[in-house]
Design a protein around this ligand. Structure first.
Ligand SMILES: [Zn+2]
Ligand SMILES: [Zn+2]
Length: 158
């Protein structure tokens, strides 16, 4: 079942009541509320996401970082990605859940791991990236635009 992003009133209301979505790690030490709607949704099959998640891909919803209220401390690990960008992945230091990541090419945005969210049915990947690392057992419907490596990123505003 698909739920529209529209009816949920988040604009102008205070979190958490007006949150677009909420989420938490496996143990609950880290949780968050997100006020804005996603600016981008993607599946990433890069080797780093595969290793960090232990699965075939990460399903990521990118939000404006200033709309995300985070509770609890995370630990992080930064690595230079295939794209040349610095990617910092944040995880719960207690249970290890992968919660979100930041990318040096997209300052001000954070990519939240959809699996940690309470509601996930709204997620609809707009692109699949790093399909060169995708396994045959982990495919997304072919109507979703796919890129062999990183998706094109608009130049940063100066
Ligand atoms: Zn945890
Ligand atoms: Zn990735």
């Amino acid at each position: 079942m698909k739920r529209s992003l529209g009816p949920r009133q988040w604009g102008g209301s205070k979190m958490p009541d007006g949150a677009f979505v909420t989420g938490k790690c496996l143990c609950g030490a880290v949780s968050y509320e997100v006020a804005g709607e996603p600016v981008r949704m993607s599946q990433c099959h890069c080797r780093d996401c595969q290793r960090a998640s232990g699965t075939g891909h990460m399903s990521l919803a990118f939000f404006k970082a200033d709309g995300v209220a985070l509770h609890g401390e995370t630990r992080s690990f930064s690595v230079t990605a295939d794209s040349g960008n610095l990617v910092t992945r944040h995880f719960c230091p207690v249970c290890g859940s992968r919660l979100f990541s930041e990318n040096s090419a997209r300052p001000g945005l954070i990519g939240l791991a959809v699996g940690c969210m309470e509601e996930r049915d709204w997620f609809e990947p707009q692109m699949v990236v790093f399909t060169k690392n995708r396994s045959a057992w982990d495919v997304t419907p072919s109507k979703v635009p796919s890129f062999e490596a990183a998706a094109p990123v608009p130049p940063p505003a100066r």
